[in-house]
Design a protein around this ligand. Sequence first.
Ligand code: 3PG
Ligand code: MG
Length: 399
Amino acid sequence: MTDFKKLEDFDFNGKKVLVRVDLNVPVANGAVTDSTRIERLAPTMSYIVEQGGTPILLSHFGRPKGQVNKDMSLAVVVPAIQKAFGQPVEFVDTDWTDVSAATEHIAKGAAGTIFVMENTRFHAGEEANDLDLAKRMASLGDIYLNDAFSAAHRAHASTEALARELPSGAGRAMEAELSALQAGLGKPQTPVVAIVGGAKVSTKLDLLENLLTKVEGLVIGGGMANTFLHAEGIDVGKSLCEKDLADTARRIYDKSADENCAIILPVDGVVAWHFEANAPHRTYGLEAMDKEGMILDAGEKSIERIKGAIDEAKTVIWNGPLGAFELDPFGHATIEVARYVAERTKQGKLVSVAGGGDTVAALAKAGVVQDFTYVSTAGGAFLEWMEGKPLPGVEALKA
Ligand code: 3PG
Ligand code: MG
């Protein structure tokens, strides 16, 4: 956390401050439906404005693949930004090939105005991390801040090359994110228990391999647990299961023993015969799975085991739900465990860090987002961080 500059290290007075933010927020019928990512930018914005600087926001929105596509214009987020920051906001249109009109627009702005630039991905140079595009971006400002942890796994012009073109540092949200993550896995209080769920092992192999070497307990849940159970010779019936990954699962298991990491798998499952909300269901022990059914959630015995592991932990990090949480009542295990982690966090018994789109939705459903020590709004970036990979947008800020 000491290897890059923070807000206090700059003099923003009279300066134009390019801030890479993540305005890739959900939108429906022309309005932002969840402004969590925007609200988290407020401390950086108010700091810059109070110090006499002019924030110029840079972000991608959707995946327009290097083409101007007005369906993905960032103009749509302006009202939400105005509401969150209580400051006048102006949208600056550009296709990023020539920024002279944008430069003039910004020069004419009144003091205290926040500018929102058009979608950086309207130009192919963004995803190509193109230096010429980064130089055009740099020409718009004097200082660069990155406040978009959730886009930091991308080596793009606005997250990577641009950081090298101007004096650069981390905004408040980025700083908070990095220090929370440091507490979660960088220099955590041990023992650490990681909870990893979700549908597929195949998307989380790097994650599991990295966690094994770092944590004392690894709870594997959700559909991916079935692959591990299958590898152990358990018949999981019609459950989601990547049978071709049985060898991989066994290798991960063996490695966990070498690393003194306890893998905690379900010991029972809530089985249904249709993948739908409120489908008839019954809990089975693993030895007696119904071959026609599919496991959609962890059972009570499994939940008790997971709670037992959490009782031992001083740090819990979490990515991925423990069942088909989007279908009632199969979110039961996820919600139950989330509330338990939240409770122990409130009692000061552990530090809890969670992230990833599904995970945040699950914690929101459990009503405990505020009770975790930190909940990251990042998806891919949080996962890559948990995988132990360097994030280009963070690396570029280091001096
Ligand atoms: C996200 O929403 O996860 C980030 O904004 C990154 O978006 P991307 O996956 O399109 O790069
Ligand atoms: Mg994404």
